[in-house]
Design a protein around this ligand. Structure first.
Ligand code: PEP
Length: 272
């Protein structure tokens, strides 16, 4: 794909990891048996599974997992060196008196190279505006962090025909503030596909990825359009990843639910 290295991100979100494992294993959970277990143990289990996996080399696929903030140190200590780590968010500017926030400086200090910014759960639930996300991306990049920048439309927006206008506006707010595109991966994540089991068809994903790349060509540069990875997120799993990965403008995935399961390894393998 024009020299763009395949990229697979695992967004572990804020879920109860243990519950998630039980849900996937048995389809109905007995909540009472899980509450006494520590989730650090579950994080270690996931890391162990990843560490034991045979996957294509770093030259072929870039793998980045994103645990909640509190687990960043333990994952950093245990994770195989050919996989990288992303935080799920960071503060918009230099750290200071912002109780409850985690700054980009702190991520840097911990040795965390990547951060996910503009995830739809933050845009929609926490009301992060396009401009706020753009400011975050610019600040994180200015410190040397790499950014997985998420864009995507809601179901209503898709149904009203405004998909491209929405993702263009989200991308524009970022593009206006940055120049360091080599350190950015754009994640197209239609909101209606996130955590719903309702994956975009390969044609739907390709259509938006193609349009986004064209937007970059028209509004940034040829070079940025050709070299920037545009990855797809939204109910990607071991069964649907191959077909999506075959599309010319799909350069990888951002995976939520399935990134906590062994099938994440199959998704990594869809790089080849
Ligand atoms: C996500 O949270 O970025 C995501 C794509 O979630 P899921 O794979 O569970 O739809």
């Amino acid at each position: 794909k024009m020299g763009r290295k395949f990229f697979v991100g695992g967004n572990w979100k804020c879920v109860c990891l243990l519950l998630h494992f039980y849900l996937s294993a048995f389809s109905f959970p007995d909540l009472s048996i899980h509450v006494s277990n520590g989730t650090t143990e579950e994080v270690k289990k996931i890391v162990t599974t990843l560490n034991e996996a045979e996957v294509p080399s770093e030259d072929v696929v870039e793998v980045v997992v994103s645990p909640p903030f509190v687990f960043l140190p333990v994952v950093k200590n245990l994770l195989r060196p050919d996989f990288q780590i992303a935080a799920q968010n960071c503060w918009v500017r230099k750290g200071g008196a912002f109780t409850g926030e985690v700054s980009a400086e702190m991520l840097l200090n911990l040795g965390i190279p990547w951060v996910i910014l503009g995830h739809s759960e933050r845009r929609l639930i926490l009301n992060e505006s396009n401009e706020f996300v753009g400011d975050k991306v610019a600040y994180a990049l200015s410190l040397g962090l790499k950014v997985i920048a998420c864009v995507g439309e809601t179901l209503e927006q898709r149904e009203s025909g405004s998909t491209m206008a929405v993702v263009a506006a989200q991308t524009k707010a970022i593009a206006e503030r940055i120049t360091n595109w080599p350190n950015v991966v754009v994640a197209y994540e239609p909101v209606w596909a996130i955590g719903t089991g309702k994956v975009a068809t390969p044609a739907q994903a390709q259509e938006v990825h193609f349009e986004l790349r064209k937007w970059l060509k028209d509004n940034v540069s040829d070079e940025v359009a050709t070299s920037t990875r545009i990855i797809y997120g939204g109910s990607v799993n071991g069964a649907n990843c191959k077909e999506l990965a075959a599309k010319p403008d799909v350069d990888g995935f951002l995976v939520g639910g399935a990134s906590l399961k062994a099938e994440f390894i199959d998704i990594i393998k869809s790089a080849t």
